[in-house]
Design a protein around this ligand. Structure first.
Ligand SMILES: N[C@@H](CC/C=C/[B-](O)(O)O)C(=O)O
Ligand SMILES: [Mn+2]
Ligand SMILES: [Mn+2]
Ligand SMILES: [Mn+2]
Length: 313
């Protein structure tokens, strides 16, 4: 099987420069060669070309709407074609607004998908409920059909038709959720395993119930949107919105191992790595943590591994 890697050097969904350097730092830390060790054939699609749109005035309180809209239209087109060519699409962000295009594009190729959202944040603020106007806190609100009537279309997003239902989402790792987001989660009954549930149930039970709730028959393609700030900031310090009390590296690896075991991972976003926000050491720790978690999606086993082609000497 094949994995298609797509760099998305984009950061206009939030105000801190540097998130656009995420793909570069992960590549430089050896991501591609680490994935090549396993049974996937790796196709590297390079980085998406991001056009800058000068004078991109806010639309209401939404910041950089046209830049975010234009970038995500391209992301949608590219992800749709990668998934259609039977590659597992690995998107390297960039801030979390890139999930608008990646999920939209994934839905074009796999309409029955489900979304696993690993994050300290719910990222489902509408343009009206957002406390910041930063679009990295809004991606899911632009994608779910049930919220379409709660706000008027955002400038630059006329292409973006909502393509998933709230019941097709599960949250893991929440610990910094805004009022409007909590109202949405309660109103629509979105399964949400915050760090409190993880401490109460343990990651094994959380993964068991999360996947069972989401897809009882175990048939639907999975879109994993992984915000590195879902992990504890001591192991991913180089990120824009760190929150104490996150997932430890073993929980992160276990989540990926369980998702890999389904055999239904179809697209993965790895977002919010920002090397300008940490020291050299912070960046090295963040990159190594992120890669050691990502590789568990592709067959890396803590108990050891050998490729199908291995012959014992
Ligand atoms: N909920 C806050 C924070 C958003 C955080 C986004 B992140 O999860 O993509 O880092 C907001 O809406 O501004
Ligand atoms: Mn996020
Ligand atoms: Mn986050
Ligand atoms: Mn149980």
């Amino acid at each position: 099987s094949k994995v298609g890697i797509l760099g998305i050097p984009f950061s206009k969904g939030q105000p801190k420069g540097g998130a656009e350097m995420g793909p570069e730092i992960l590549r430089r830390a050896g991501l591609v060669s680490r994935i090549k060790r396993f049974d996937y054939q790796v196709v590297d699609h390079g980085d998406i070309e991001i056009e800058s749109i000068p004078g991109d005035k806010p639309d209401g309180n939404v910041k950089n709407p046209r830049s975010v809209g234009r970038a995500n239209k391209k992301i949608s087109d590219k992800v749709a074609s990668i998934v259609k060519s039977k590659e597992l699409c690995l998107n390297l962000g960039g801030d979390h607004s890139i999930a608008i295009g990646s999920i939209h594009g994934h839905c074009r190729a796999e309409p029955g998908l489900v979304v696993v959202w690993v994050d300290a944040h719910a990222d489902i603020n509408t343009p009206l409920s957002s406390p910041s106007g930063n679009m990295h806190g809004m991606p899911l609100s632009l994608l779910v059909k049930e919220l379409a009537d709660r706000f008027s279309p955002v400038e630059g997003f006329d292409w973006c038709k909502p393509c998933i239902h709230v019941r097709d989402i599960v949250y893991i790792g929440l610990r910094d959720v805004d009022e409007g987001e909590r109202w949405i989660i309660d109103q629509f009954g979105i399964p949400a395993y915050s760090m409190q549930e993880i401490d109460k149930m343990g990651i094994k039970e959380v993964m068991h119930h999360a996947l069972k709730n989401l897809d009882p028959n175990g048939t639907r393609p999975i879109h994993l949107s992984f915000d590195v700030d879902g992990l504890d900031p001591t192991i991913t310090p180089s990120t824009g919105t760190p929150v104490l009390g996150g997932l430890n590296i073993r929980e992160g690896q276990y989540i990926m191992e369980e998702l890999a075991n389904t055999g239904r991972l179809s697209a993965i976003d790895i977002v919010e790595v920002n090397p300008l926000l940490g020291s050299e050491k912070d960046n090295m720790v963040t990159a190594e943590t992120t890669i050691s978690v990502i590789e568990k999606c592709f067959g890396s086993k803590r108990g050891g591994y050998y490729p199908a082609s291995y012959v014992f000497p």
